[in-house]
Ligand binder design. Structure first.
Ligand code: FE2
Length: 371
């Protein structure tokens, strides 16, 4: 059995955002650097997240978060942190802002380059003196608030993780922060959360507690994603989506599979992670079916689908109903990058825990089918 490590303190409730002032005070943080993105600020969600905080004209905000966070953005944020004399980091946003907040917290007090802390570095340096870090997700997708790493596009062009399981002081999960999320983002981020639950459940690593958590998350997401897309104000659907997203990220320490092994190198070209996962998931499930045995039936049960239903087809149909693109070409992926993506997938950590062994030709065939 693999190690099941779940250390992050989570405040989960409608209105949980109001505990932030107490959490910062308890951690001795007086001058946090807030990490967010322009869309979250424009939508008023950043202000909503901070409504319990005292007014502060000198608030330090880093909002230059790329769609896929980069080492350069992390360095820029860390410079702002030091220049402004900050003493803590608060990430408010989707997975990109939260992962960037983690990387900024690391580089605020640890020497660059960030690659020295990457989980693909042969001998990563320890992260042992980062400032207090609080994360408030505003999407139900990555579960970065409880995930063990920060996924970054490094200066060398590789998209991979900084392993930092002890970095987050506390996560504040408030489903009300997702109520205004547009349908398209609800759909694509939700499919990332679903991919986490399904891929981690399918991973051959033995870890029954993580499987149970993944199954619960899968059931919640499959029951509520379409409702959350149709009516963002459906409070129960938003609660279940945020819980399912958190559960997916707790469970994925079991490792994922070919969806993420391909989505990481494709994402390094600038495409949205959740959208990539949505496109790839039906193809990967169909390919893995023969290796999954009773697990395939368990996925069918979590979806509440008929005995004769095929989960791969059901998920493709769900994608269509919630308005997600069907093919990689639909989002502008250039066919010329596919051979390099198939090669890069072999180096990704998620490659090792796909339920059936994958060769470069298997990845190339998957990409071809999804193109
Ligand atoms: Fe993901």
């Amino acid at each position: 059995m693999s190690v099941l490590q779940f250390l992050t303190t989570v405040h989960f409730d409608r209105g949980a955002r109001r505990v932030l002032p107490q959490l910062l005070q308890a951690a001795g943080v007086r001058r946090p650097l807030y990490v967010s993105d322009p869309g979250v600020i424009r939508a008023g969600v950043f202000a909503q997240a901070l409504e319990a905080m005292p007014a502060d004209d000198a608030r330090q905000v880093f909002s230059d978060t790329p769609v896929n966070p980069t080492e350069a953005a992390a360095l820029a944020g860390a410079s702002q942190y030091r220049a402004a004399g900050c003493d803590g980091v608060v990430g408010i946003g989707g997975g990109a802002a939260l992962d960037l907040a983690k990387a900024i917290a690391v580089l605020a007090t640890h020497a660059p380059p960030l690659w020295d802390y990457c989980n693909r570095h042969a001998n990563p340096r320890p992260i042992d003196r980062a400032p207090p870090l609080f994360l408030l997700p505003t999407t139900a997708g990555t579960g970065s608030e409880v995930g063990r790493s920060a996924v970054i596009v490094f200066d060398n062009g590789i998209k991979a993780g900084v392993r930092c399981p002890d970095l987050v002081t506390a996560a504040v999960c408030d489903p009300e922060l997702t109520a205004g999320l547009p349908p398209a983002i609800t759909a694509s981020t939700g499919m990332d959360a679903l991919a986490h639950c399904i891929e981690t459940f399918c991973s051959p690593v033995v870890n029954p507690p993580a499987d149970a958590i993944a199954l619960d998350g899968m059931q919640r997401i499959l029951a509520s994603l379409e409702r959350a897309v149709a009516d963002g104000r459906d409070a129960q659907a938003r609660w279940d989506m945020m819980m399912g997203s958190l559960e997916g990220a707790i469970a994925f320490q079991k490792g994922m599979g070919a969806v993420h092994a391909l989505a990481h190198p494709l994402g390094a070209h600038g495409f949205h992670h959740g959208t990539l996962n949505a496109i790839l998931l039906p193809h990967v499930l169909a390919l893995n079916r023969s290796a999954l045995g009773p697990k395939y039936d368990a996925i069918r049960r979590q979806g509440g689908w008929a005995e004769a239903a095929d989960p791969a087809r059901e998920i493709a149909a769900l994608n269509a109903r919630i308005g997600l693109p069907v093919r990689l070409r639909d989002i502008g992926v250039d066919a010329a990058v596919l051979p390099a993506v198939a090669r890069a997938a072999l180096e990704d950590n998620a490659h090792r825990t796909n339920p059936r062994p994958m060769a470069e030709a298997d990845y190339a065939a998957l990409l071809d089918a999804a193109y």
